[in-house]
Design a protein around this ligand. Structure first.
Ligand SMILES: [Zn+2]
Ligand SMILES: [Zn+2]
Length: 265
């Protein structure tokens, strides 16, 4: 990055960062979309969370909004770089400083901090006075696709990205841990907007796995925006009693492929 900045200038470095974010989004969303919505569409219809498919115009809008999100995220990359350059972050580059155990733990810590930040930020942006100016664009996709993952209003993209500078200011993290965290986060984000449920029906009864959110969980949030606010984990929705009352029923209906699939939520 330092090499890039010194040789191409700040504007070029930001443009490269934006391109990387957007191409990564197209890759993470485009592959599952091509497989699930085009190549295997007919064979896996029984795995659909909502029976209908969104119109292509909606998907085009999702990609357009995701491009503006990539611009914001690229700008945040510059913010991270500036903080690092001024010695204001906890980023370390020598593995031996904290060891491999901490390296793995730091990724889990980032996920837990992000999960808590996301839950409460998400509750706040659902306030009627904020919803229209921050979160409305994301909810225009009532039947989400993998391309919904970055479909945010510019204001929401800023709020979503703000957690990264916060994390690197307080948690010692290796650049590789940040890279892995970004990819886990995007993969989970795409999973939440997949439109399909591939997990087995026992998943939400398992004593440990039940604390991880499913695609059905976030899909129901897009259908009825008054429940299921969590991101990776179900801790906050359980504690605050904000899981949708039909979450388990809907999940079983899809995963067992029975007649209850058409239940109204
Ligand atoms: Zn969503
Ligand atoms: Zn929402």
């Amino acid at each position: 990055m330092e090499y890039l900045i010194s040789n191409f200038g700040i504007i070029q470095a930001v443009l490269i960062a934006i391109s990387i974010v957007f191409i990564r989004y197209l890759f993470f969303s485009g592959i599952p979309y091509s497989i699930l919505y085009v190549i295997r569409r007919k064979n896996i219809a029984h795995k659909r969370i909502q029976k209908n498919f969104p119109k292509s115009m909606r998907i085009k809008k999702e990609i357009k909004h995701s491009f503006s999100t990539a611009i914001v995220f690229g700008g945040i990359g510059l913010c991270i770089y500036t903080l690092k350059l001024n010695g204001l972050t906890q980023i370390y580059t020598d593995f031996s400083n904290y060891g491999l155990g901490y390296f793995a733990l730091s990724i889990l810590i980032m996920l837990l901090i992000h999960d808590t930040y996301f839950y409460w930020m998400h509750r706040v942006v659902h306030h009627p006075k904020l919803f229209g100016i921050i979160h409305k664009v994301h909810h225009q996709s009532r039947n989400p696709t993998p391309f919904t993952a970055f479909s945010f209003d510019v204001a929401e993209a800023v709020v979503e990205a703000a957690i990264i500078p916060i994390i690197i200011l307080i948690v010692p993290v290796h650049p590789l841990a940040i890279f892995l965290f970004f990819n886990i986060s995007l993969a989970f984000n795409v999973m939440g907007h997949l439109g399909y449920e591939f997990l087995p029906s026992w998943f939400i009864k398992h004593p440990i796995l039940k604390w991880i959110n499913t695609s059905t969980h976030h899909n129901m949030h897009h259908q009825k925006a008054n429940a299921n606010y969590g991101l990776y984990f179900n801790f906050w929705d359980t504690l605050m009693k904000t899981n949708h009352k039909h979450y388990h029923k809907k999940f079983y209906a899809i995963t067992k492929n029975n007649k209850e699939k058409s239940i109204t939520i």
